[in-house]
Design a protein around this ligand. Structure first.
Ligand SMILES: Cc1cc2nc3c(=O)[nH]c(=O)nc-3n(C[C@H](O)[C@H](O)[C@H](O)COP(=O)(O)O)c2cc1C
Length: 604
């Protein structure tokens, strides 16, 4: 029951299960969990019975849910609706796991989770509890080993040891730049000024990204525990969780978690009967992408306009209210309890030489399994897209993957054997960013994609730097011209010149990385740009001004499906006779193409 599940009707499903259980007087407990990441199957229901595996049902609705509940007491588990069986769920925090009944083989064709590529290839560390526990229950978090790391950090580790373990782990910030967390914490600890602040950056303004939301909604205590341990290590007394206003459920879950932790003595004074005090409050952001940048975020918390400022001084030297401030991403904080419990050495065993541990990605776009996944650093793009994502959609060819959010880059299919780590992605002209991974197939126009991201970034530029403000607008206008058939070949050089100028002269990471979508598509897909400017042709048949829709008379059977879906009344024809499209009226929405069974609608 994360936001994504709720958007597909999970609350209705939950209510109907609850009502049916109550109506029949069944001795079952109905509980909500956060997001397990199986986005393409939402809403999901799990049934856990003694001596049975945990059985998962996908695409549930209220009606099916009631029927499922009615069948359970009769032993009818509706296995034909099931999409997977969970026999165990490893807990990286404790090195143990929750075991459900073992099933040796498939039951009536229902695969086990460990047989599903989507789950088999993941290492769920930061998302260890998401979709497993009830996020509103402190007890369930504790039952999975929660707050044990904090106890250890307070009673068995001097602050220097906490920092040493974080440094040893090789953990790098998951918010985008990949700065070594241990190094930042050391710098922070050395600051003499007090009070010291910690901030959890949950702004997450990138389109297509929801990693941090899933953790805040699905396992809020893991973030709190990470911050508490960080506060002990760095000597901070106050924490702020910065979450965007558009994430109301994440805000609610965090509020609940803070209240529970306070009443259990896990936040406030003398935590765990120690001399350690720490308080946390939530600040809601107004939803500007640039407010995710750390100095803009601080300005926003202080009630000023969210504009980045020159660094140095860095926030650890002079941050919130001029005091030392350590800002880390949600996922970074959620990893901390693992490092304290299992040790930095253990954490660093997974990953590549310079990128340790795991990374959460939102795998979206043209793959069979759109999902929230967590993979070991160093897994190749091909493994993520094919083994976890299930490969391209039926009849489609993979073309590229876009990583790193709006200011990331597009990596072509020929480079899919690239390892996902900070250095490899940057070397290929993309960035790790916070974890967006958008898969594109042959139905995507790369000029259109570059235009989409540049439009977003031009709107989100705070405007402080002239080069970013005007330069991005100019790049967006050039891309619009190219996609509408008014581009010239010399525009490609102009785009490149502008890109380098903006990158070199912008103050913050927004401007410095904003040209990436254009530079990477020009680097790998220049032929598509050339087709647009030289031949006024869009090879992917996407750019509306460069395509027309018509009906192949030899294939049309006059069924009328296209007439019914056309909102602009552009399709004509009598029943059972060949239809035609009036191009003066056609808005090229593609609705007719989608519904035409005999594939008579053609785009040229
Ligand atoms: C335009 C822009 C947007 C950003 N948005 C986010 C964000 O939403 N979440 C985040 O954690 N970091 C974001 N960052 C990175 C932060 O400035 C900062 O590096 C990060 O929060 C530090 O935490 P980490 O070391 O754990 O990654 C953004 C940076 C830029 C330039």
């Amino acid at each position: 029951m994360g936001s994504c599940g709720l958007a597909t009707g999970a609350d209705e499903v939950y209510e109907s299960v609850r009502e049916e259980v109550e109506r029949l007087g069944l001795p079952y407990r109905v509980a909500a969990t956060g997001c397990i990441g199986w986005c393409c199957q939402e809403p999901l229901v799990d049934v856990c019975l003694p001596r049975k595996p945990r059985i998962t049902y996908g695409h549930m609705d209220a009606h099916k849910a009631r029927e499922l509940v009615r069948g359970i007491p009769k032993g009818d588990l509706k296995l034909d609706w099931s999409i997977g069986m969970l026999t165990g769920w490893d807990n990286p925090l404790t090195g143990t796991g929750t075991r459900y009944a073992k099933v040796a083989a498939r039951v009536d064709g229902v695969p086990r989770y460990d047989e599903l590529g989507l789950f088999r290839n993941q290492a769920r560390w930061a998302t260890r509890n998401c979709g497993v526990i009830d996020p509103a229950s402190l007890e369930e978090y504790i039952a999975r080993g929660g707050y044990m790391a904090l106890y250890r950090a307070l009673h068995a580790m001097p602050p220097e040891k906490i920092l040493a373990e974080v440094s040893r782990s090789g953990l790098r910030g998951r918010g985008g730049a990949g700065f070594p967390t241990g190094k930042k914490w050391e710098l922070m600890r050395r600051q003499a000024a007090t009070p010291k602040y910690l901030i959890c950056n949950g702004d997450e303004g990138d389109p297509g990204a929801y990693m941090d939301r899933a953790v805040l909604e699905g396992d809020p205590h893991s973030v709190l525990e990470g911050m508490l341990i960080g506060a002990r290590g760095m000597g901070a007394s106050e924490g702020i969780i910065y979450v965007r206003e558009e994430y109301p459920l994440a805000v609610r879950r965090m509020q609940e978690a803070i209240a529970q932790a306070e009443s259990a003595g896990l936040l406030g004074e003398n935590i765990f009967h120690s001399d350690f005090d720490f308080r946390v409050r939530i600040v809601k952001g107004a939803g500007a992408f640039v407010c995710g940048e750390e100095t803009a975020l601080i300005a926003s918390v202080e009630g000023r306009v969210g504009e980045p400022r020159q660094r140095p001084p860095f926030p650890v030297e002079r941050g919130l209210w001029g005091k030392p401030t350590c800002i880390n991403n949600v996922e970074t904080w959620a990893n901390i309890p693992l490092i304290v419990m299992r040790g930095g050495e253990w954490f660093s065993r997974l990953g590549t030489t310079k990128s340790k541990g795991t990374k959460v990605f939102c795998l979206v776009g043209a793959v069979k399994n759109t999902a929230l996944v967590e993979v070991p650093m160093g897994m190749t793009i091909r493994q993520i897209v094919n083994n976890i994502g299930g490969g391209p959609l039926e009849g489609r060819r993979l073309k590229a993957v876009q990583t790193g959010g709006p200011s990331g880059g597009c990596i072509p299919e020929s480079l899919f054997d690239l390892k996902v780590d900070y250095e490899s992605l940057t070397g290929a002209g993309a960035i790790m960013g916070s974890g967006g991974m958008i898969v594109m197939d042959d139905s995507t126009c790369m000029v259109d994609i570059a235009k989409y991201f540049l439009t977003f970034l031009a709107e989100e530029s705070c405007g402080k730097c002239f080069s970013c403000r005007k330069g991005l607008q100019r790049m967006r206008d050039l891309l619009t011209d190219i996609s509408q058939g008014r581009g010239r070949e010399s525009d490609l050089q102009l785009l490149e010149d502008l890109a380098w100028m903006i990158r070199e002269t912008s103050l913050c990471g927004l401007g410095q990385t904003a040209p990436n979508p254009v530079l990477s598509t020009l680097r790998y897909f220049r032929d598509e740009y050339l087709a647009h400017v030289r031949e006024r042709r869009c090879p992917a048949k996407v750019c509306r001004e460069l395509i027309i829709y018509h009906i192949d008379p030899t294939l049309c059977d006059g069924c009328g499906a296209c007439v019914r879906v056309c909102t602009s009344e552009a399709v004509f024809g009598e029943k059972k006779k060949v239809h035609v499209i009036d191009n003066a009226r056609c808005i090229k929405c593609g609705a007719c193409l989608e519904v035409c069974q005999p594939k008579a609608v053609v785009v040229t």
